[in-house]
Design a protein around this ligand. Structure first.
Ligand code: GLN
Length: 425
């Protein structure tokens, strides 16, 4: 069988191709040379499957797409409190290059605007790092995220440095308030190098899927970031990734995202997917016109809106209940998280078990999280307290730690131990 996914992506590209609104960024002379017609899309699942369509091998510079990843690296290297000392987590509602710092403590409001990104970059590799060592640390980090060796576009880097008055003034402001220690020129130059790292739309999708996957690069299996770091990064991306368009973006598309003036756009669906598009013409907010269109379609057609309540509830975690005079077997299914466990416990509370033994049968569940496991065990303990025998059937060992809150263990049985009407469970 041939997978239909590249075909879906192609279909979306076909639908957005004719929109020639907007213009290629030209404030960096080298960026103005971009071919405006390029159009590509890619998707990477947290299981490491990569799909793409259109101009998926064309290379372009990261620009602001680098910002969430460098923020993540700073969180990984230094922890939240040190990073929060120099940059906030609030949406700015302003353009990416706004000359803005917090009124009271002079920190940049978030790491997605240039002021915040310049401040965050100078934390990497230790605040005392030489600029060259810092750049190399960034380049190797991005290479691990992409799963291949990435290079810096020298022409882009020097072109941007020549027109960096605005970013330099941000760096001077940051230095003035002791937010950064680097010389303003060094701070901007490091930041510009990070912006000039070259990727394809497929790289972007894989990098984004690494954030979706709790920091494990899903293709190489390389553990790059902690899950907590990814959660924080995605949170900030969701409120500030699209600059002054961030609120409308969340409403219309509902995928935490980040754009870059090169025309790249990446979106991350936690636990599911990294998505990326590439099309160089930008709208007035600096976001790719056809990229935004493509994300709207992706979100709608593929049902990817994070706030969608349509498909949120998944399967009923109670698959079926079988009972005879002495035995009640409750078959569970799907992912047992807080939500699922609540449904199960509610059902247990409402049930009339008669007497004898209550068994939770786990062979059809797809997984558990900590809270789900804790709640299941506590439910079982309480059932036992009210006079029943309890057990689980757990052939895959999903409930590895069977110790309950009173220190005793949930008894584990084999399917054949619990036959109802002569049928083993
Ligand atoms: N290097 C660019 C700048 O600082 C990045 C901006 C962006 O992609 N939004 O102006």
């Amino acid at each position: 069988m041939k997978t239909p996914i590249p075909f879906y992506l192609q279909e979306i590209l076909t639908k957005v191709r004719d929109n020639r609104d907007g213009a290629v960024a030209d404030y960096i002379p080298e960026l103005a040379k971009a071919e405006p017609e390029y159009l590509g899309a890619a998707m990477c699942t947290t299981t490491g499957h990569v799909y793409s369509a259109g101009d998926d091998e064309v290379e372009f510079t990261l620009q602001s797409l680098s910002k969430p990843f460098v923020y993540a690296l700073a969180l990984q290297e230094l922890g939240l409190s040190a990073v929060r000392d120099i940059v906030g987590m609030e949406p700015s509602g302003e353009a990416f290059n706004e000359l803005s710092l917090n009124r009271d403590d002079h920190r940049p409001v978030n790491p997605m605007i240039n002021a915040g990104a310049i401040a965050v970059t100078q934390l990497i590799n230790g605040v005392d790092s030489e600029p060259a060592a810092r750049v190399e640390r960034l380049r190797t980090y991005f290479s691990r995220l992409a799963g291949r060796d990435l290079l810096i576009d020298d022409a882009m880097r020097s072109s941007e440095l020549e027109v960096s008055e605005r970013n330099l003034s941000l760096a001077h402001m940051l230095r003035n308030y002791d937010i950064i220690q680097d010389e303003a020129h060094d701070a901007v130059s490091t930041y510009v190098e990070q912006c000039s790292i070259v990727v394809t739309v497929r790289d972007l999708a894989v990098m984004s899927a690494t954030l979706a996957n709790g920091g494990v690069q899903p293709v190489t299996g390389d553990k790059i970031l902690d899950a907590d770091v990814c959660r924080l990064t995605l949170s900030v991306m969701s409120s500030a990734g699209m600059y002054d368009g961030a609120g409308r973006w969340m409403a219309e598309v509902g995928i935490p995202a980040k754009s870059g003036v090169s025309g790249g756009l990446l979106g991350t669906l936690p636990g599911q997917l990294g998505v990326a598009t590439f099309s160089p013409r930008l709208n007035k907010e600096g976001n790719s016109v056809r990229g935004v269109d493509a994300f709207k379609l992706l979100s709608k057609d593929m049902g990817l809106h994070l706030m969608s309540t349509d498909e949120r509830y998944g399967v009923n975690p109670v698959r079926k209940v079988e009972q005879d005079a002495e035995l009640t077997v409750i078959y569970l299914q799907g992912l047992i998280n807080f939500n699922a466990a609540e449904t199960i416990l509610y059902e247990l509370m409402e049930s009339d078990f008669g007497e004898g033994t209550v068994v939770l049968e786990l062979s059809h569940i797809t997984g558990t999280n900590r809270m789900g496991r804790r709640m299941l065990k506590e439910g079982l303990r309480r059932i036992r307290e009210s006079g029943f025998d309890i057990a689980i059937v757990d052939p895959d060992g999903e409930l590895e730690d069977r110790t309950m809150s009173d220190g005793t263990k949930v008894p584990k049985g084999e399917p054949e131990d619990y036959a109802i009407n002569g049928e083993p469970v």
